[in-house]
Design a binder for this molecule. Sequence first.
Ligand code: AMP
Length: 395
Amino acid sequence: MKILVANLGSTSLKWRLFAFNGQQSEVLHKGGLERVTDYPSAINDCLGQLKEAGAIQDESELTAVGFKTVLAQTVSGCVELTDAVLQDMEGGNLIAPAHNPPYLTGIRLFAERMPQTPLVGLFETAFYQWIPETAKRYGVPHSWHQAGVRRWGFHGASHKFMAERSAELCGREDIAHRARQLYVDAGNSTVGDADFRVISCHLGGSSSVTGIRNGIAIGNSMGLSPQSGLPHNNRVGDLDAMAIPFMMQKKGLTLEHVIRDLCSEGGLKGVSGGYNDLRDIQSEANKGNEDAQLALDFFVAEVRRWIGAYYLELNGIDALVFTAGIGENQASMRTAICENLGNLGVYLDPEANESCRATEAVISHEDSPVKIMVIPTNEELVVAREVKRFLEKNS
Ligand code: AMP
């Protein structure tokens, strides 16, 4: 079985082709195109590269194309991307303007180009299907809730991978198995008596923290849209809702202007005075730029706020995990986040932390009750596996 996982950005197309032999998977090809202006040609180029590399002889060998779809109005989980699902996704365009429209465009073009091939989406919200009702709610009028104003949670594929891999690294195969089985076989999060509790920090261009008990998420720092929770590279993060009418009235901002500011001028970019890549922010801070230093400190404080929330809810943790561009690469960020948490059982090993760069590693002190880990994320593998299961279940 060969499954192509396509990662669609507004100007990029990245892919990985997986071959499955039973439960074993292998990446046959991976590639990407940047600065895409003509998506149909980009899809042709992608398929052309797969053929040139000998990964496929013909497109008909692709059992399915999988997508890490972000948000729909009512649909979640792993589903075939029918017209009805795409319409439901359209309903999320306003609140996920950087994510949903490129996916919709790309998926429709794949459907035109490969009408015989099933297109399957694993929604980023899928990992949060079993979070408690309290973690889904906002204190909005009932009519708002009924209209869909609720907390979803995102980065589900990445946090699910952290749930699996952290359990494996801690020798908890029972939990790892349970996390791997998710979506097919889920709901009841009880695994014997022994809890295994993880806080997963996906820190990258887009960032979120998830609490995980026994392989299943209990909540995520992002809410209704991927603009919420932690400050992102250029997206706002959590904000008092009244800031919006305040700015509309005070500065005469239009709705379009507000959306643009929230989705592309906020977050680390807003606080640092224009820098949205952590490497640039760090180098500015090193030169004495106070706004850049504030952006770093603010980010750390917000990550710690969410770690604190899940630490309390989980009544302690067994593992603290870092992943994604910042989490995997920026040792100083991990140091700052873990600083002075000894009373919670969190002790970093400074040398292990400094020497870890984008590789899987345990970076806690050997006596630390909480294992601190860096785990490079593998969202595409999660998508491919779920697509495979979806196909097997529905064949
Ligand atoms: P991601 O969304 O996981 O691809 O992460 C991208 C972000 O990670 C970038 O915007 C940077 O802020 C950060 N990043 C990527 N590489 C590094 C690095 N080597 N050191 C520090 N931060 C990095």
